[in-house]
Design a protein around this ligand. Structure first.
Ligand SMILES: Cc1ncc(COP(=O)(O)O)c(C=O)c1O
Length: 358
């Protein structure tokens, strides 16, 4: 059987991780996979997470299946955090999924059921895993202009021009915030224009929200996603909790779909659950599972928004210094999360887009 196979190309980001580990130079900087790192270069487990783990494991009463859509409380809290009241919830369905990648995967599969072989337009450049996820789902990939290597910003006029030419069978993949790998992001005004373009053409926005809270704070980072969802009739969002919750290996994520009305949302959701059942059947245990605190997500989101520092920016020494002495705490799912100055790096590949951020 296997003699028919040839060796598959390795993942460039994971290969870079291996090269980094093998490099003995003390001055090396990891521009590989985007994970939080402290000043010692380690990815620690937050003390709040440790405490929550102890409570969950000592208070656990069952290990039965979660159900295909996963934990409902987790889903509701993610919607409060990411979408707030940007869209009528009767049109929204959320499914817990294994990380942002798992969410992207199941949503791409859904797109292929709705529009077999449709074209997914991705930014030039984009996170390298977008292409294989789309192609392995049966879709095609094309790029729209995005990064301007001269200004190191967004080629916005060209981007908008390309989006304006799309039609209702096209899918537009957007990075909700903290564009990976360039770090070049849209301004609120530019998001408004992108939302208006999508509303006009009917192209389906597919937002990859992998770094909510890592740019300019939770509220500011959610601006584009909320603006788009409040402007269009249908959309998809792949939410990752890997970075902002510091839970990488737990595979925390959610696939969100927005339909024209509740009836279409139910139909699309039934297809999504059918895809999942035929793939991995059920998501992993949710972190909310047996946690004793179930505060309302909207209140949490508001508190997180007000306690993060919208003024604290990467490369801003006084802000970074202030943050180091008084790290702002945020709360989600009953966990207290501490945002500390980090050496988090978004960059991938050769590191030419490298950037440090908090
Ligand atoms: C842009 C982007 N999307 C999605 C993901 C996937 O995140 P997860 O680890 O939750 O699968 C990443 C992770 O690096 C990312 O950078």
């Amino acid at each position: 059987m296997f003699e028919t196979l040839t060796k598959a190309p390795g993942d460039k980001i994971l290969a870079l991780m291996g090269e980094f580990a093998a490099d003995p130079r003390p001055t090396k900087i990891d521009l590989g996979v985007g994970v939080y790192k402290d000043e010692q270069g380690t990815t620690p487990i937050m003390s709040s997470v440790k405490k929550a783990e102890q409570k969950i494991f000592s208070g656990g009463k069952t290990k039965t299946y979660l159900g295909i859509a996963g934990n409902k409380g987790f889903g509701a809290a993610v919607l409060d955090l990411a979408l707030a009241d940007s869209v009528d919830r009767s049109r929204v369905r959320i499914t817990q999924a294994p990380g942002g990648t798992g969410s992207l995967w199941v949503l791409m599969q859904l797109v292929n059921r709705a529009r077999p072989g449709a074209t997914v337009w991705v930014s030039d450049p984009t996170w390298p895993n977008h292409n294989p996820i789309a192609i392995n789902s049966g879709l095609q990939v094309k790029t729209y202009p995005y990064f301007d290597t001269e200004t190191r910003g967004v080629k916005f006029a060209e981007m908008l021009d390309a989006l304006d030419k799309l039609g209702k069978d096209d899918v537009v993949l957007l990075h909700g915030c903290c564009h990976n790998p360039t770090g070049a992001n849209l301004s609120p005004d530019q998001w408004d224009k992108v939302a208006a373009s999508l509303a006009r053409t009917g192209a389906l926005p597919f937002i990859d929200l992998a770094y909510l809270g890592f740019g300019d704070g939770l509220e500011a980072d959610a601006y584009g996603t909320r603006k788009i969802l409040s402007s269009v009739s249908e959309a998809l969002v792949a939410f990752s909790g890997s970075k902002n919750f510091g839970l990488y290996r737990e595979r925390v994520g959610a696939a969100i779909l927005v339909a024209r009305d509740a009836a279409q949302a139910d139909i699309a959701q039934s297809q999504l659950l059918n895809i999942i059942r035929g793939a991995y059947s059920q998501p992993p245990r949710s972190w909310r599972g047996n946690h004793p605190h179930h505060p309302r997500g909207r209140r949490i989101a508001r508190r997180m928004g007000s306690r993060t520092r919208p003024d604290a920016r990467p490369h801003d020494p006084p802000a970074r210094k202030a943050e180091r002495s008084h790290p702002p705490a945020v709360e989600f799912q009953g966990f207290r999360l501490h945002r500390r100055p980090s050496r988090h790096v978004f960059a991938v590949g050769a590191g030419k887009f490298g950037r440090r951020t908090t």
